[in-house]
Design a protein around this ligand. Structure first.
Ligand code: PMP
Length: 285
């Protein structure tokens, strides 16, 4: 596989980053994951705008322009022959060659930019998307700037491991009695014609897929209600699902052992998945 590091395309075995890089020592970095479907980048613009926001919230310089970034994405998709999969991008604060809590001088320390691809054949009709996934609920113990897409992913990883141990696929995070989001996705329930999901704030990541799916839901005459919901309300809902750039719209069929609706993927989740895939491939670049 060919990867990109700070201006160079290299075989993955030759790519190098300093051990003093603040992402390695302090999780001081942000990332984006953009899906590739039919060889096209899905919602590149949305991911780029969110990246700019994450960088600006943390005072990390932009490593290159939007056009350069698009070109790097396209080149990696081309050389690695990605038909369906993803492009992972990470920008870190870099390092001045030592460990210090104080940020290095931005005049002399440039951010580190890394991109690589992952091929995911068959991702559009995975078994999980046909059968739905099972989730457990756990307390949300993450920091309170979840709107910034940092590489600080230890707690979400622990959550996935807890789910796996419980024979499930993922965890929904709960704070003050209300679901915030999934470990790596936004969470929704469906009641009648209503799609219910938590409103945007610092409590959750502002999903690029979330924005698209809510727009498609409205265009398909579904009602959208942005508000908090509990696990009990979710267990009692007609349907549940999650969204993310790499799982699109993924039906949830069980929460903490309780079946949702008939225990199979719901009609609205299936419809939204179809619309999302069709429309976003059409708009892909
Ligand atoms: N919430 C969290 C915590 C996430 O990690 C992700 C995926 N990175 C999402 C939501 C979904 O965001 P997106 O639709 O932009 O992939």
């Amino acid at each position: 596989r060919t990867v990109y590091v700070n201006g160079e395309y290299l075989p993955e075995t030759e790519a190098k980053v300093s051990i003093f890089d603040r992402a390695f020592l302090m999780a001081d970095g942000v990332y984006e994951v953009t899906s590739v479907l039919d060889g096209k980048l899905i919602d590149f613009e949305g991911h780029f705008v969110r990246l700019q926001r994450s960088l600006s919230e943390l005072d990390i310089a932009e490593p290159c322009t939007r056009d350069e970034l698009l070109e790097i994405h396209r080149e990696l998709v081309r050389v690695n022959e990605i038909h369906d999969g993803l492009v992972y991008l990470q920008v870190t604060r870099g390092s001045d060659g030592d460990r210090d809590f104080v940020f290095p001088n931005p005049e002399t320390t440039k951010p580190t930019l890394v991109l690589f691809t992952q091929s995911k054949p068959g991702i559009m009709d995975s078994a999980a998307s046909k059968n739905g996934i099972k989730v457990i609920s756990i307390e949300d113990l993450r920091w309170h700037r979840r709107d910034i897409k940092t590489v600080q992913l230890l707690y979400p990883s622990m959550g996935k491991m807890m789910a796996k141990k419980a024979g499930c696929d993922d965890a929904w995070l709960v704070e003050d009695g209300f679901v915030t989001e999934g470990t790596s996705n936004n969470a929704y329930i469906v009641k009648g014609n209503k799609i219910i999901t938590r409103a945007l704030s610092n409590d959750i990541l502002h999903g690029i897929t979330r924005a698209a799916v809510l727009r498609f839901a409205q265009e398909a005459q579904m009602e959208v209600e942005e508000r908090n919901f509990t696990i009990a309300e979710a267990q009692d809902a007609d349907e549940a699902f999650v969204t993310s750039a790499t799982t699109f719209v993924m039906p949830v069929v069980e929460i903490d052992g309780a079946k949702i609706g008939d225990g199979v993927p719901g009609a609205k989740a299936k419809r939204l998945r179809e619309i999302y895939l069709e429309e976003s491939i059409k708009a892909g670049v």
